[in-house]
Ligand binder design. Structure first.
Ligand SMILES: Nc1ncnc2c1ncn2[C@@H]1O[C@H](COP(=O)(O)OP(=O)(O)OP(=O)(O)O)[C@@H](O)[C@H]1O
Length: 386
């Protein structure tokens, strides 16, 4: 199939399993997806393919999926078409016919039932990777809450995927065709963007505002604005604003609560880092995967991604072993020579960075450790661009 498509002038990638397919689809958009309907040897009822199809279309309603079924799989083909596949091909296929079907499905575009009256799909689909029960519940909650237009608080630890979750909520909403306003409320200049046209606003750091500023924010929010607030927790939000911002609290689970996802995400980060840095894709050794699964990464998913990217860049062979992923055991501090002036700002910044790292970016805990109020710490973080 790959040879036939390439000879016909198409680029063609293959994925050996649905998880690999989701990872590839998170890295780039494809004009069409050819989906086999059974992945486990001996299974032929098509259920696995239908589950995969529904996930592909939930992530991206505009995806052009053509399913491939066994010769006797007419029932499966019908179910797939009802679920939103654009066409089907039966095995054994004739290459010319298969290619013509795929090209025609791409050219036809979205079926009318999807293009209207349902929302126009977002320019870029947002994919939350992971197969753990916790992430499946999160995806399910997103699917239910996104179309309602209700205010949503996305809570969790920094780096766990709160922004990605907020974008996924927006991408599955009726407003998906319009990019959301992304507003950091610690930045006074950004407040002006609250007065813009009606639409969706992704608000960051509402929990860094004092009660007066929170009241000001509540007054400022236009009734037509759909708010998605990214917070550590809703506790720091005054009740009146909480009612406006956080009708629903969507809690993003930390990686430690997503069993099996760390390794799956690591393989995704290996593949995307290798593509980005134009390097061959290395494989993770079993020891490296065991380390990934058992490490509590500072900065959660982002910390894992960083460790993987560093390892991909430094990899010399075609594997990444556990040693290449080791966390730096101590922060190296450059020796101060007598001639260099002591820089108070630099020292304060370094202390704040260290406290944030130590407390895994929990601002409340870091502020307590530094003997500062949360507000004072946020002001300093803004000053130092942290
Ligand atoms: N489930 C996931 N699938 C794929 N990538 C993920 C997932 N969760 C997190 N990431 C990636 O991890 C990084 C951090 O995610 P994100 O920026 O959404 O976190 P955050 O909680 O908003 O962090 P912060 O508030 O500190 O910016 C991003 O590169 C994001 O793409």
């Amino acid at each position: 199939m790959e040879i036939a498509f390439r000879l016909a002038g198409h680029a063609f990638d293959t994925a050996a399993a649905p998880t690999e397919a989701y990872s590839r689809l998170a890295a780039r958009r494809y004009d069409a997806i050819l989906l086999d309907m059974n992945f486990t040897p001996g299974v032929s009822n098509g259920d696995e393919g239908l589950v995969c199809l529904s996930r592909l279309l939930a992530d991206d309603p505009a995806a052009c999926v053509v399913v491939i079924t066994a010769h006797s799989g007419i029932r499966i083909a019908v179910a797939a078409m009802q679920a939103g596949a654009r066409d089907f091909v039966m095995k054994p296929w004739r290459n010319a016919e298969l290619i013509a079907k795929v090209e025609a499905a791409i050219a036809r575009g979205l079926p009318a039932a999807v293009a209207s009256p349902a929302p126009t799909p977002a320019a870029e689909p947002v994919r939350l990777l992971g197969e753990s029960a916790a992430i499946q519940q999160l995806r399910d909650l997103i699917r239910r809450i996104a179309p309602t237009g209700a205010g949503v608080a996305v809570t969790g630890v920094g780096g766990s995927g709160r922004t990605l979750t907020a974008l996924a909520i927006h991408a599955a909403s009726a407003d998906a065709a319009h990019p959301p306003a992304r507003i950091d409320l610690r930045d006074d200049a950004a407040w002006a963007r609250l007065d813009g046209a009606p639409g969706t606003a992704i608000l960051r750091h509402a929990d860094a505002l004092d009660t007066v500023a929170q009241a000001r924010l509540l007054d400022r929010l236009a009734p037509s604005t759909r708010c998605i607030a990214i917070l550590e927790s809703v506790e720091a939000i005054a009740p009146a604003l909480r009612r406006r911002l956080a009708t629903v609290d969507v809690a993003v689970p930390p990686l430690a609560r997503r069993e099996g996802d760390a390794v799956l995400l690591a393989r995704h980060f290996v593949r995307s880092a290798a593509t980005r840095f134009a390097r061959p894709v290395p494989t993770l050794t079993p020891a490296a995967e065991a380390l990934i699964a058992s490490t509590d990464w500072p900065d959660d998913v982002r910390g894992l991604a960083l460790a993987i990217e560093r390892a991909v860049l430094l990899a010399e062979g075609d594997t990444i072993d556990a040693a290449a992923l080791a966390l730096p055991s101590a922060v190296t501090v450059a020796p101060v020579n007598a001639a260099s002036a002591f820089d108070l700002d630099e020292a304060e910044r370094a202390m704040i960075e260290a406290a944030l790292r130590q407390h895994r970016h929990n601002v409340t805990h870091a502020a307590t450790a530094l003997g500062l109020s949360r507000g004072a710490l946020y002001r300093r973080m803004a000053r130092y661009g942290l």
